[in-house]
Design a protein around this ligand. Structure first.
Ligand SMILES: NC(=O)c1ccc[n+]([C@@H]2O[C@H](COP(=O)([O-])OP(=O)(O)OC[C@H]3O[C@@H](n4cnc5c(N)ncnc54)[C@H](OP(=O)(O)O)[C@@H]3O)[C@@H](O)[C@H]2O)c1
Length: 432
C-alpha cells in the first residue's frame, strides 16, 4: 500500500530537463501539496558514468528505463528521455500497464501516439500528464484543457519553437544568413546538433497538434498537420517583409475548419506592431481565441531546465493531489483523431517574392498570371537589378483563397523570365 505522505518517483532521462527536475526536487522535496513529500527513488539514462550536475550516487540506477517504469519501488514515473518511439514509448507504456501515473515533457510521443497512450492510461485509471510538452514553463496545456473547458476555442496561433524564433530574430538583427545563425545557435546550445525537428517545423507541429486536440476535443493527429520550416526563409525575405511593415515568424496555428481542423506550422508575416512580432529571441507566445472568453495572450520561456522542470513539477503536484482528468479533453473512448479540414477555401493575404530576368514585359507577365488566378495585388516592391542581371520583386496580395494563391504561384513559376519557384509567405492567420 502506498504511503500518501511520501511519493517515490522514478525519473528516466537526466539531460537538460531531467537534471533540472532533480536539482529542484533536491532543494524543494516538500513543494507539493501540504504534508506530502517527493523522493526520487530511481533514475535511468543512457550513460551511467556521464558526469551530471546533480548527485545521483544515492539513487537506484536502472539501465533499462522500462524496468524503472514498472518497478514496485516507484509510485510515479517521469519520462524525460524524448523521442516519439523507442525507449520513451516503451517505458511510458510499461509504467501505464503497471498502473503508475506518468508525467512527461515529450510532445513527439503524445502528438504521434497520444490516443493509444490515453486509452491505456484511462483503462488503468491513472493520469498521463504533459504540461511541460508545450511552451515549457508557460501553463498552456492547463489553460486550454482546464481553464477554457467552459468555452469553445475557435483558433490558436503563436510561436511555439524558441530555436526558430531565436534564429529569425538574429537574422533580422545581425543581417547574417540562416546557416550562420544556425551554427551560432548550435554553439550556444540553443539548437541541437541535428536541428531538423526544430528548423523543419516538426517540434512546433507536435505542440500545436496537442493544443488543437485539447481545444477541439479530438485526439492529436500529427499526420494531418501541414508543416513547413524556416530553412527556406532568406535574409531578403526578412528585409523585404520589414520594408512592407511585417516581421517573419514561424507560426503554429490551429483553427476549426470545413470538416475538421486546420493545423499548420509555417513561416508567416506578422505586422511589426503586433505582440507576436514583439516576442523576440527564444521566447514563446500564443493567442487563444475563445467564443465567450475572447482573446487570451500568453508569453514566456518555452524551454530551458528551470521553466520546463517547473512545469513537470506542477504535473507531479497535480497527480499527488489526486488530479485525474481525461488525458485530452474527453474520455479516450470518445476520441477520434482530428480530421484535416479542407484549407483550399480559406482566405488570407500573402507575400510573394519572385526572382526574374531583367527584361521588358516581365512585370506585365506576372500581373497577368495573378489576374488569371483571380488574385489582386495590395502592394508591390521592385528592387534594383542585381549583378547577376536578376531583379527581385515582391508583392502582397489582397485577401484571397488558398486555392487561388497556389494557382497564382504555379502560373508565375511557369513564366519563362522567372528563374526560380516564387516564395510565398502568408499573413499570419490569427490576424486576418
Ligand atoms: N530542453 C528543453 O528545454 C525542453 C523543453 C520542453 C520539453 N522538452 C522535452 O523534454 C524531454 C527531454 O529533453 P532534454 O532537453 O532534457 O533532452 P536531453 O538533454 O537530450 O536529455 C535526454 C536524456 O535522455 C537520456 N536518454 C537518451 N536516450 C536514452 C535511452 N535510449 N535510454 C535511456 N535514456 C536515454 C539521455 O541520457 P544520457 O544523459 O546518458 O545521454 C539524457 O539524460 C524531451 O521530450 C523534450 O522534447 C525539453
Amino acid at each position: 500500500m502506498k504511503d500518501e505522505k511520501v511519493w517515490r518517483i522514478g525519473v528516466a532521462g537526466l539531460g537538460t530537463v531531467g537534471a533540472g527536475l532533480l536539482q529542484f526536487l533536491a532543494e524543494r522535496p516538500d513543494f507539493a501539496p501540504a504534508g506530502a513529500k517527493v523522493v526520487v527513488s530511481g533514475v535511468s539514462a543512457r550513460s551511467r558514468s556521464r558526469p551530471r550536475p546533480v548527485d545521483i550516487s544515492r539513487i537506484a540506477w536502472f539501465d533499462d528505463a522500462a524496468a524503472l517504469a514498472a518497478s514496485p519501488d516507484i509510485d510515479l514515473f517521469v519520462e524525460l528521455v524524448g523521442g516519439s518511439d523507442g525507449t520513451a514509448k516503451v517505458a511510458v507504456e510499461a509504467a501505464l500497464a503497471a498502473g503508475k501515473p506518468v508525467v512527461t515533457a515529450n510532445k513527439a510521443l503524445l502528438a504521434e501516439h497520444g490516443l493509444e497512450l490515453a486509452r491505456l492510461a484511462e483503462a488503468k485509471g491513472v493520469p498521463l500528464a504533459f504540461e511541460a510538452a508545450v511552451m515549457g514553463g508557460v501553463p498552456a496545456v492547463k489553460l486550454v484543457r482546464e481553464g477554457l473547458a467552459g468555452d469553445d476555442v475557435d483558433s490558436i496561433a503563436g510561436i511555439l519553437n524558441g530555436t526558430c524564433n531565436f534564429i529569425l530574430s538574429e537574422m533580422e538583427k545581425s543581417g547574417r544568413s540562416f546557416e550562420d545563425v544556425l551554427h551560432e545557435a548550435q554553439r550556444l546550445g540553443y539548437a541541437e546538433a541535428d536541428p531538423t525537428m526544430d528548423v523543419g517545423g516538426f517540434d512546433a507541429a507536435h505542440k500545436i497538434c496537442l493544443l488543437a486536440a485539447l481545444a477541439f476535443g479530438g485526439a492529436p493527429n500529427f499526420a494531418a498537420a501541414e508543416v513547413e520550416g524556416i530553412d527556406q526563409v532568406g535574409l531578403i525575405d526578412i528585409h523585404l517583409a520589414h520594408e512592407l511593415g511585417y516581421r517573419i515568424k514561424l507560426i503554429a496555428s490551429a483553427s476549426r475548419g470545413e470538416g475538421g481542423a486546420s493545423v499548420r506550422v509555417q513561416p508567416a508575416l506578422v505586422p511589426l506592431d503586433h505582440p507576436l512580432a514583439q516576442a523576440g529571441g527564444s521566447l514563446n507566445a500564443l493567442f487563444i481565441e475563445g467564443r465567450r472568453t475572447g482573446r487570451i495572450y500568453l508569453q514566456g520561456p518555452g524551454a530551458g531546465a528551470g521553466p520546463t522542470a517547473a512545469a513537470v513539477a506542477a504535473d507531479i503536484a497535480d497527480v499527488m493531489a489526486g488530479g485525474r482528468r481525461p488525458v485530452f479533453q474527453r474520455p479516450a473512448a470518445d476520441l477520434v483523431p482530428l480530421a484535416r479540414a479542407d484549407s483550399r477555401a480559406e482566405t488570407g493575404k500573402a507575400f510573394i517574392r519572385i526572382l526574374v530576368k531583367d527584361r521588358p514585359g516581365v512585370i506585365a507577365g506576372v500581373t497577368e498570371a495573378l489576374a488569371k488566378a483571380g488574385v489582386s495585388i495590395d502592394s508591390f516592391l521592385q528592387r534594383p537589378v542585381e549583378d547577376s542581371g536578376l531583379v527581385p520583386i515582391v508583392l502582397t496580395t489582397q485577401p484571397t483563397s488558398e486555392a487561388a494563391l497556389r494557382d497564382a504561384v504555379d502560373h508565375i513559376a511557369d513564366l519563362e523570365a522567372v528563374v526560380e519557384r516564387p516564395r510565398m509567405i502568408r499573413l499570419a492567420r490569427i490576424l486576418n
